[in-house]
Design a binder for this molecule. Sequence first.
Ligand SMILES: [Zn+2]
Length: 324
Amino acid sequence: MIGIIYSDKYLLHAPPFYHSENPERLSAIINSINTNSDLKRRIQFLEPRSASQEEIRLVHTEKHFNYVKNSIQAGKHVLDSGDTYANKHSLDVALLAAGGVLTAVDVVMNEKFLRIFCAVRPPGHHAESNRVMGFCFFNNIAIGAQHAIEKHKLERVAIVDWDVHHGNGTQEIFYNSSEVLFISLHQHPLYPGTGMSSEIGIGEGKGFTMNFPLPPRTGGKIYLSIFNEKILQRLIDFNPQLLMISAGFDAHRDDPLSDMKLVENDYFQMTKLLNRLADEIGIPIVSVLEGGYNLTALGNSVCKHLEGFIHEPNQMTESSLCES
Ligand SMILES: [Zn+2]
């Protein structure tokens, strides 16, 4: 069974003006899962808890937490230069998004589920330790990773980030850490502009950040070859105790915010590679939603991602999983 962290409360964070990061994204995902009967009997919805201020502080400064809290409580609608909107529910929803990942980490560490997808929003991977950025308040996946290290005493957590945008926040938070291996594939040039292959970490973290900036119009063949030739071996060498995925689906060819060429089946194939590796080394996977802004592509891609966690290849042939 695959666990899905989800709550209708995630829909309450809504833009006061048109914005591509909107509640309809999650509704599209949930509808897509619920109308896929084969997938539906293999998943179980799990209720998220809220993160505490102390848990947000695992990776963020007190100043950052107070800035987010005070800005939202004061009724501010935009928390940065224009990307990151808020309404009166946004603080509670952001705490529930980070808490959703904490819930997932606790559940996999208790071995109740070994694969969990967190259908959470607002997204997190652009949020730095002291900076709201790119639709993100708190870095959900980084908080989950640090929680796994501090609460569950893990020594090695790997994060693979295939969102089309560089996960600058996650990189910044763990840049000098050897406990978290951060690997990002992203379009370059594109927002936020960071993520050069020369950015590899500093101090103890040197060699524990890996960036693959890819030119516009890169397709699945290149992504899969990078996984096969570089990423899988680095993961095996690192020998993580928990694998996390910053699962953005905005490198899809129909996504309005990028120029990449991935299709649904590419997300299936990338997931399958990571799933097989996690099986071989016997570790759980917590996948966390980041971007993805074409609703149809997003819903279908998340389903393919989840199918990549399912074993039993005789029940699902390659051909039935291939998208046109
Ligand atoms: Zn993105």
